[in-house]
Design a protein around this ligand. Structure first.
Ligand SMILES: *Cc1c(COP(=O)(O)O)cnc(C)c1O
Length: 437
């Protein structure tokens, strides 16, 4: 019980600042652990603003991870965790590294590796924490102290800290720049390999193709295909990044959507002769954050045996979610069970119907055509038709402040809630937020 002396409201009568303890206890309703409330109370008192403690506590609570509604129309929104996944697991141990047949220690990579290999048409596959880690591991395991030939046009930066020259340096491999920014021919790679074989040269262990995910070069450009590189006698590694398993999208009922044109598929790259492909689990694959290495068995095994593999290995939760995603592909239930592809496959008429219902129950809201995007740096310039509920004014902060925050976008002073990236069950949340503005 707070005594009269501890009561934060007591300050008005005594003129003394409240005790940290009393102020912290007054924050109980915010729903934060008491130890955190004590820190917040201390900060507020130190700042000479004890009355700000409640606002500080609420602000802190909003920094916790929580479910949000993605109404941006960017389906794989990096700030919102890319592909939404609904993995829910019982509170049980898992046979992460136990072989149930023998009772001996097993490999955490075995099952998910087999499923992923099957999907991409590879001999073998393994999983690490993200694609940056996959590239790093491949380079460290297969090209340490040796050269990797990369076109100057593909020595790219893909969002923040993933820059090809930097990853190369950290892996212990040496970047061998070939060709020019706009044109690189197979002869350029062949010459680099040849130079590396001369006395005193640095041998080229790999050629690498990097998908320039988030930009496009147009005009006088020429690049070398994986098939051409595969004719040279060093293994080709293709960092396809985006995680499209098969460019033919056999899991869709129709042909691949137009916005996927030119997006490299893991299967096609391997068929063209890539020795390995690397890609993200949480981009077009639609699974949890992970990096996948798939291709020739001997090379995958060398990656798996490298000491870095242990440092980069994912936990059981990620492996289970990835396994579930891979199973959906193999079972052909992708458009039902993989959120990203379900959003892609939703007919625009269905979105229009949902938007019409929201607009009917909201004064001042209009239904408008919109364009959604795959996001996560995949397929630059790619858009798909969508529908948005639009209201005048910038209401982003109001929507973010909801118990389940809603993330929209603002254009020309109006707020757009794009329905393609919203789960239909969440329309009711949008309706309530629109009504409460
Ligand atoms: C996205 C991407 C990466 C980085 O992948 P993460 O899973 O975010 O680490 C690397 N290379 C390419 C080509 C990419 O598109």
């Amino acid at each position: 019980m707070a005594t009269a002396r501890d009561d934060p409201d007591d300050r008005a009568t005594t003129g003394r600042p409240p005790s940290v303890d009393a102020l912290a206890r007054s924050l109980a309703d915010v729903g934060l652990p008491f130890a955190i409330c004590v820190d917040i109370a201390r900060e507020a008192i130190a700042a000479g603003e004890p009355e700000s403690a409640a606002a500080r506590a609420l602000a802190f609570r909003r920094t916790l991870l929580m479910p949000v509604v993605n109404a941006t129309g960017v389906l794989l929104h990096t700030n919102l965790g890319r592909a939404p996944i609904g993995a829910r697991q019982p509170e049980r141990s898992m046979n992460v590294e136990l072989d149930l047949a023998t009772g001996e220690r097993g490999s955490r990579q075995r099952a998910v590796g087999q499923l992923l290999a099957k999907l991409c048409g590879a001999e073998a596959a393994m999983v690490v924490n993200n694609n940056a880690a996959a590239v790093m591991l491949v380079l460290a395991a297969l090209a340490f102290d040796r050269g990797v030939a990369v076109s100057r046009g593909e020595s790219v930066e893909i969002g923040g800290a993933f820059r090809v020259p930097d990853v190369m340096e950290q892996s212990g491999a040496t970047l061998v720049d070939v060709g020019t920014t706009n044109r690189t021919r197979v002869a350029d790679y062949a010459a680099a390999i040849e130079r590396g074989r001369r006395p005193g040269g640095s041998p080229v262990a790999l050629t690498m193709k990097v998908h320039p995910s988030n930009f496009r070069v147009e005009g006088f450009v020429e690049s070398t295909s994986v098939a051409e590189l595969a004719a040279l006698d060093v293994p080709v590694v293709a960092d396809i990044g985006s995680g499209l398993i098969d460019a033919n999208c056999p899991w869709l009922s129709g042909p691949p959507p137009a916005w996927l044109a030119g997006e490299p598929g893991a299967r096609q790259n391997l068929e063209a002769g890539a020795a390995l492909v690397t890609f993200s689990g949480d981009k077009l694959f639609g699974g949890p954050q992970a990096g996948i290495i798939a291709g020739h068995r001997d090379l995958v095994e060398r990656c798996a045996r490298h000491p870095l593999a242990r440092a980069l290995r994912p936990g059981g939760m990620v492996l289970a979610a990835l396994q579930a995603t891979a199973m959906s592909y193999l079972d052909r239930t992708v458009t039902r069970d993989v959120a990203f592809w379900r959003m892609v496959a939703t007919p625009v008429d269905v979105l229009r119907q949902r938007a019409a219902e929201l607009c009917a129950s909201t004064t001042g809201a209009t239904l408008e055509k919109s364009t959604a995007m795959p996001g996560a740096g995949s397929a630059p310039g790619a858009t798909m038709p969508s529908v948005a509920v639009v209201i005048d004014g910038d209401h982003l902060a109001h929507f973010r402040d909801r118990a389940v925050p809603i993330i929209g976008r603002v254009r020309d002073g109006r707020t757009l809630l794009d329905l393609r990236s919203v789960h239909p069950d969440d329309d009711v949340l949008l309706g309530a937020a629109l009504a409460a503005r």
